[in-house]
Design a binder for this molecule. Structure first.
Ligand code: GDP
Length: 195
């Protein structure tokens, strides 16, 4: 997709700060350091716009990026950060659940998983929440460049099995380093908007 215009709109910490223009939203979830910021930057072709999300204490912040005045990419806080307190963990859980439950413009969640590793407990919990709230999911296995191509299938299979991947959900193989999967992910976003 040709990116003509990207705007960082807001770091929202409360629902009353979420945009009200009703453009379709695609949220990105994943553990800290999984490569979420890199993926957003690759998707929008801007090297430094999305910053690393691994900041403790920012567990309630949703970063909204408006792309081509057509769609929002919504960056969830990275989860699984060891130094986050129990209270912050609870706040994160409440914020995400409220969002998944109430957010009318939300069309899909992109669940970002490192292709090299088994999904964490938090990844599985997130996937289960998404299924519970009947939100369409695309599992994005990223950092594909970090393992040989010959191992991609095996790793993807392992990840899907451990998530209990539902056949109705989507999967895209991605690398922010090489750009693998970028066009496929934009195509998926565009068809989902048109549905
Ligand atoms: P975030 O915390 O999820 O936002 O993660 P970042 O986007 O900051 O990425 C964490 C680290 O992984 C950084 O050092 C990135 O350069 C690296 N990284 C992210 N995506 C990729 C990828 O697709 N391939 C490779 N080789 N490195 C990546």
């Amino acid at each position: 997709m040709k990116i003509t215009n990207v705007e960082f709109v807001i770091s929202a910490v409360r629902p009353d700060q979420y945009p009200v223009d009703a453009l379709p939203e695609f949220a990105l979830a994943g553990r800290s350091n999984v490569g979420k910021s890199s993926l957003i930057n690759r998707m929008i072709n801007r090297k430094g716009l999305a910053r690393t999300s691994a900041q403790p204490g920012k567990t309630q912040q949703l970063n909204y990026y408006r792309v081509n005045d057509q769609v929002y990419l919504v960056d969830f806080p990275g989860y699984g950060y060891a130094k986050v307190s129990k209270v912050q963990r609870q706040q994160f859980g409440q914020m995400i659940e409220t969002f998944l439950n109430d957010r009318e413009p939300l069309r899909m969640v992109l669940l970002i998983i490192d292709i090299r590793h088994e999904p964490s407990k938090d990844d599985i919990l997130m996937y289960d929440w998404l299924k519970h709230y009947e939100i369409p999911v695309c599992v994005v296995t990223t950092k594909a460049d970090k393992i040989p191509r010959s191992k991609w299938d095996k790793h993807v299979k392992m990840i899907k099995t451990s998530l209990g991947f539902h056949p109705a959900d989507r999967h895209v193989l991605f690398s922010s380093e090489t750009g693998l999967g970028r066009d496929e992910l934009w195509a998926l976003i565009n068809t989902t908007i048109e549905e």
